[in-house]
Design a protein around this ligand. Structure first.
Ligand code: UDP
Length: 274
């Protein structure tokens, strides 16, 4: 969007320049929050795959992921999974608690797909005997390699008790999300989550952080097997944002106004309400 358009709308860069940027990732930007201990998480429309070798801008994706992640974090909070989400600020931003991210990607799988199907020679779509939790090291320069718990504890990326907590919480998140998605005709194949340490005085608490959205989950339609997630981008299947909007609609997020998020003119002209 260009600065200072004829309707007096503030441009994205004008809005964002008011805050100090802390970090820019592939799909999100973190800004300093209004209160100490808070951050603002901004969802971009950028999509990357294969460690950013494939890139695109998918108009409306950030708006959808902001809403879907909000919905899921709030629901998880209600069942006692403590997480960083405080409140949504506007179409692309949410207020979150500041945490020190544990440098591990925690992956949970119910059905063989993606890298595990390839690595172990299992056909994609095969139901796993039970949910499997894996750890990858968050290191883009190394392609986020799969690691053993032993590496995490020996190198001090997480303590043994933290690893136990990460696994237990991930399995709880999996149980909850499997049920939530099953109820709307979606099979939760796998997902990736991240955790952070939240310091409050002398106490350290582990919070679920980052996002949970079709960017970080594999979601297949129960009846047709249609992919409703980032594999549509990775595998050039087309209609990526339409699939994300389908997930949002089924979750009831867009029920009052299904065009709200996908209507591109709305997305282009969005204004921060703060
Ligand atoms: N995933 C993710 N970020 C990553 C790697 C994986 O969100 O950097 C998610 C991915 O969307 C899928 C799950 O984690 O839902 C398992 O991904 P996998 O290891 O199969 O890797 P991929 O096939 O995506 O390379």
């Amino acid at each position: 969007m260009r600065a200072g358009d004829s309707r007096g709308l503030r441009s994205e860069s004008q809005i964002m320049s008011r805050r100090k940027q802390i970090y820019e990732g592939k799909a999100k930007i973190l800004y300093e929050g209004p209160e100490p201990g808070t951050l603002v998480q901004y969802f971009k429309d950028d999509a990357t795959a294969f460690n950013a070798q494939k890139k695109a801008t998918l108009q409306g994706k950030g708006v959808l992921n902001n809403r879907i992640s909000e919905h899921i974090m709030v629901a998880l909070g209600r069942v006692g999974v403590q997480n960083h989400f405080i409140k949504r600020l506007n179409m692309r931003e949410q207020l979150i608690r500041k945490v020190d991210i544990i440098p591990l990607e925690v992956i949970c799988r119910n059905v063989a797909a993606g890298s595990m199907a390839k690595r172990l020679g299992i056909e994609e779509g095969e139901e796993l005997p039970r949910a499997i939790v894996e750890f990858c090291l968050k290191r883009d320069d190394l392609n986020d390699p799969l690691i053993a718990e032993e590496h995490a504890t020996a190198f001090g990326w997480a303590s043994p008790s933290e690893i136990d907590e990460l696994i237990a919480t991930t399995l709880r998140v999996n149980d909850f999300l499997q049920g939530m998605f099953f109820a709307i005709g979606i099979r939760l194949v796998d997902f990736k989550i991240e955790f952070g340490r939240h310091f409050d005085g002398d106490t350290v608490q582990i919070l679920l952080a980052d996002e949970i959205s079709p960017d970080s989950c594999r979601l297949w339609d129960l009846e047709t097997g249609k992919k409703l997630d980032k594999d549509r981008f990775r595998r050039d299947l087309g209609d990526v944002t339409e699939a994300y909007a389908e997930v949002a609609t089924r979750l009831g997020i867009l029920k009052d106004n299904p065009g709200e998020v996908t209507n591109l003119s709305v997305v282009r002209n969005e204004k921060n309400k703060d």
